[in-house]
Design a protein around this ligand. Structure first.
Ligand code: MIC
Ligand code: SF4
Length: 642
């Protein structure tokens, strides 16, 4: 039986375990990336491991999230990141050079290599044939220290694309269609591997739009083959020598299959407040729009923005709409200058924002009260725009531009203009001057630490029996944006756990931090897919700081589950999902871990006089990690001492 691409890359990197779906495996990591919002913690953790220089082939630290710099905090983080990168052998991409996933595609990604990044959209690099996964900062720190990365062997889904896209229908519509069919839980435990003539016809940036938003399916990662299109993209980036071919065998086996006829796709749009609330644009056409933003790691390539510029040529943004644009990288922005398209956008009345995450993570450009905002981004979770009452929709650059020009949700084909044609052979300005190489001599680099960079809090570990109060009970599909919101006010506190923890669950229940601290030891109860979304380990670290020692839910999202384990929080699932209904906020639970090695523990609800069995997915190693108070203590105590 032949192999698919996922199996080929995993086999080349396998350190431990059997490549059988749902088994735990450990793999070697070739590249790592961090961004600033998760990076400060990742490097503090790397530093705590006491390893002088990274052991990966390549590690890059990007600054793209916290770029508002209102006050000293973000700037201090940047200075810390730059100095610690120089010291430990890490490349540093300066603020302004671009969004990590876009710059990684352009300048660093290599087909067939493994990459983990402290950002959930790291799978963007799957568009280039890299096996790229999001992970918590601590897992990235461990990979930089040469430790293997542990994951559950995913199922591999073949997504066969055929047929040709119609004018004004683009890569974003393909991934929105996948989300419509499979939902935000549909990719959990799976790698989505794209094949077929429809996949072969897509360019690397188009493929990257699809692999990027595979994160919203909950997928471990998404992958395209590395073929002529990949070689061509790397040649344009003057990196053809790093290209290797990568394809599935003719008789490769897959666990599941999905077929999409691209010719049948119409422009799609995800409605508030979940990326899988997908409908046809034509079904909600006519709705008035206040704001449009083009950008984010999903849709900020030259192809995306050139498409917008061509549609805006000779036209004006509607008087009732504020339109913003975040180019994905300095390279994209310079290219727009060279083609004259930046001027077309300015003439049309588009607001040019920095090459950064910006509005995607609520760093500025928030919509007005109850504002309708169309975004080419990947997430529209409640409150993420920075305005809780706003209605955020996700769509392609084509649909976003049609709305900006007409003031309402509209079909781009109704504008009566020719579909844009982007020159895929165009040369790009190659300029790595904003990427700083590490110092030759680590001793020569001093680490700069501003007052906002506070030491890592320590978890002392959990005893075999403990009582804990239910601090909060939540529903299905709780995202990390619910648990640990971002935005301009909170993101600057990412290096300061005591302060940021005061915002945990702010959008759901602002009394959470005070009640958790008062209770001393707490539990969170939740539904399915708990912790979907971001890789931010603050969604585990900050609750841990507030005394949360267990999370009892119907099911977990992958990265958040790993983060809970990494910070010594016991992840539990109901043996009988109906028990969820019986537990209430403020109940006092007694947890007995004496049978933990059997995969189960006993939970007694003292307030209700009931007992339940809770399951956990932990391996022996992970049980030891949780008991030790988290992976850092465990690795320092057990592994690195060997
Ligand atoms: C996001 O898109 O939510 C972020 C901000 O990029 C996060 C990382 C973070 O919270 O710092 C992610 O996706 O992992
Ligand atoms: Fe940045 Fe948004 Fe991409 Fe996250 S999803 S990395 S915030 S652009």
């Amino acid at each position: 039986m032949g192999k698919n691409i996922t199996q080929k890359i995993l086999e080349n990197h396998l350190i431990e375990g059997k490549m059988k779906a749902d088994e735990k495996i450990a793999i070697k990591i070739d590249h790592t990336l961090t961004q600033d919002a998760t990076g400060t913690m990742a490097y503090l953790q790397f530093e705590a491991l006491g390893i002088p220089r990274v052991k990966t082939e390549l590690s890059v630290s990007y600054v793209d999230h916290n770029m508002l710099q209102s006050g000293f905090m973000n700037a201090d983080d940047h200075a810390f990141l730059k100095s610690i990168a120089a010291k430990h052998g890490i490349h540093f991409s300066k603020p302004g050079n671009g969004i990590c996933h876009q710059v990684n595609l352009e300048r660093f990604g290599i087909p067939g290599k493994t990459l983990i990044g402290s950002d959930s959209h790291t799978p963007t690099a799957g568009g280039l044939g890299m096996l790229a996964m999001g992970a918590g900062g601590l897992d990235v720190a461990l990979a930089m220290a040469g430790e293997p990365f542990f994951l559950t062997m995913p199922k591999v889904v073949k997504i066969h694309l055929f047929g040709t896209l119609n004018p004004f229908v683009s890569a974003k519509d393909i991934i929105l269609e996948v989300l419509r069919r499979l939902t935000v839980k549909g990719g959990v435990g799976r790698v989505m591997e794209y094949t077929g003539p429809g996949a072969a016809a897509l360019t690397v940036p188009e493929r990257a739009t699809i692999t990027n938003m595979g994160a919203e399916l909950g997928a471990t990662t998404s992958l395209f083959p590395s073929d002529e299109k990949t070689r061509h993209f790397m040649a344009i980036q003057e990196r053809e020598d790093q290209w290797v071919e990568l394809k599935a065998d003719e008789d490769a086996a897959y666990d599941e299959r999905v077929e999409i006829d691209l010719a049948t796709l119409e422009p799609l749009i995800a409605q508030p407040h979940m990326p899988d609330q997908v409908v046809k644009v034509k079904d909600i056409a006519g709705k008035k729009v206040n704001q449009v933003v083009v950008g984010s790691c999903t849709n900020s390539s030259f192809k995306d923005i050139s498409t917008v510029a061509q549609m805006c040529k000779g036209k004006r943004v509607h008087p009732d709409v504020s339109m913003g644009l975040l180019p994905g990288s300095k390279q994209v922005l310079r290219k727009l200058v060279q083609t004259g398209e930046l001027d077309i956008l300015l003439e049309a009345g588009v607001r040019i924002l920095e090459s950064s995450c910006g509005a995607c993570i609520g760093m500025g450009f928030s919509p007005r009260t109850e504002g309708v905002s169309l975004r080419t981004f990947n997430r529209n979770f409640l409150g993420r725009t920075g305005t809780k009452s706003a209605m955020a929709y996700l769509c392609s650059p084509e649909v976003a531009t049609a709305a900006a020009l007409t003031g309402k949700i509209s079909l781009p084909a109704d504008l009566g203009i020719a579909a844009p044609q982007v020159d895929v052979n165009a040369k790009f300005p190659i300029d790595d001057s904003m990427i700083l190489a590490p110092a030759e001599d680590p001793g020569s680099a001093a680490v700069l630490r501003g007052p906002n960079i506070q030491p890592l809090p320590i978890n002392e570990g959990i005893p075999d029996k403990f009582a804990a109060r239910v601090i909060l009970k939540v529903e299905d599909d709780i995202t990390t944006d619910h648990i640990m919101p971002a935005g301009a006010k909170i993101l600057p506190l990412r290096s300061n756990i005591p302060k940021i923890s005061q915002h945990v669950f702010e959008v759901i229940d602002p009394t959470f931090p005070a009640r958790a601290q008062e209770a001393g030891t707490g539990v969170i109860v939740g539904g399915e897919n708990y912790g979907q979304g971001s890789s931010r380990e603050h969604a585990a670290l900050a609750p841990m700081y507030l005394g949360i020692r267990a999370v009892l839910v119907k099911s977990f999202a992958r990265i958040h589950l790993a983060n809970l384990i990494n910070f010594g929080i016991l992840p539990l699932t109901f043996e009988n999902p109906e028990d969820y209904a019986a537990i209430d906020r403020d109940d006092l639970l007694q947890l007995d871990l004496s049978s933990i090695e059997s995969g189960k523990i006993a939970v007694a609800d003292k307030s209700k006089n009931k007992t339940y069995t809770a399951l956990h997915p932990l391996t022996k190693r992970e049980i030891d990690i949780v008991k030790a108070g988290g992976a850092l203590s465990y690795v320092k105590k057990v592994k690195l001492k060997k």
